[in-house]
Design a protein around this ligand. Structure first.
Ligand code: ZN
Length: 289
């Protein structure tokens, strides 16, 4: 079950609905970055939001979400694209706040006063960047983002469940947006479903995305589907390009240390080693430029 996203139109095509459940992508991030439970729950929710934003893009457009509410977890960074690829990491991975009832405490993990930045790469001259306050309530903060930056009234409900083995059983949610032709009636209808929508974790556990859609809307019509996977396009060449941007002096110092250097991809944790010979080669290339 899970690991895909559906796009649908509903309520006489006055409403756009995205639904996703993709625990595998979160589990890949948990494993790669050794993320502890309450931090994993927060990362999962930002990944879900990244997937919603990505699903609205076209071709090879991409989006980066940076969420930092100044709490112990620091920044949460997620990249996603229109093909269902997602990757992400947290600044501090070994964070776990648990309530007395055993539930994970996201508010303490996240903090309550910072910024949510959404950076879209639409292959135009500049990136499209917009920023709203991050208050530690991820769904509310993104609702504000959609209203303020995309002028789209949006309802978001997110659900993540991390089990005792620190693995995600579910990770996903629903995004409901009013299209420009939406009537007052549509708004009232969605509000009347709010009690169902709030229980996203149990809904995602018990029902498929298609079932959830039909629980909320009688006329939900699926118009798109994406398979979701954790995917990072990094490779050694990209890190070589990075080394090429260093000064000759820095490269010479590395070579004089006479030890290989290791570079790490923040997004996926993959390590790439450069031998002293390779560093000399990079210095030579730089010299010939
Ligand atoms: Zn990577």
């Amino acid at each position: 079950m899970g690991n895909y996203l559906i796009k649908a139109l509903a309520y006489k095509e006055q409403v756009r609905v995205f639904l996703v459940n993709a625990p595998n992508a979160l589990n890949e991030a948990i494993k790669r970055h050794d993320v502890w439970p309450s931090a994993a729950s927060c990362l999962g929710k930002i990944m879900t939001m990244g997937l919603f934003l990505g699903a609205n893009l076209k071709g090879d457009e991409a989006v980066t979400v940076k969420y930092n509410a100044e709490g112990p977890i620091g920044s949460i960074v997620v990249d996603a694209n229109a093909n269902g690829d997602v990757r992400g990491y947290v600044q501090s991975n070994h964070i776990n706040f648990v309530n007395n009832d055993g539930g994970l405490n996201e508010a303490m993990t996240l903090g309550n006063a910072g910024f949510l930045d959404v950076i879209k790469d639409l292959h135009l001259k500049d990136f499209f960047t917009s920023s709203v306050e991050a208050t530690g309530n991820i769904a509310n903060d993104f609702t504000k983002y959609y209203v303020e930056s995309e002028q789209t009234p949006t309802l978001i409900s997110l659900g993540t469940l991390i089990d005792v083995n620190n693995l995600a059983i579910i990770n996903g949610g629903i995004l409901i947006q009013l299209l420009p032709n939406a009537t007052e009636e549509a708004i009232n209808y969605i509000e009347s479903k709010y009690d169902i929508l709030k229980k996203m974790s149990s809904l995602l556990q018990s029902s498929s995305l298609e079932e959830i859609l039909s629980m909320i809307f009688e006329d939900g019509e699926i118009v798109g589907r994406l398979d979701i996977k954790f995917s990072c396009p990094c490779n050694k060449d990209r890190f070589k390009e990075g080394l090429l941007t260093l000064s000759k002096k820095d490269l010479e110092e590395m070579i004089n240390d006479n030890k290989p250097i290791e570079t790490i991809c923040h997004y996926c944790g993959e390590k790439y080693e450069f031998s002293v010979e390779e560093l000399k080669e990079i210095l030579k290339q730089k010299g010939s430029k």
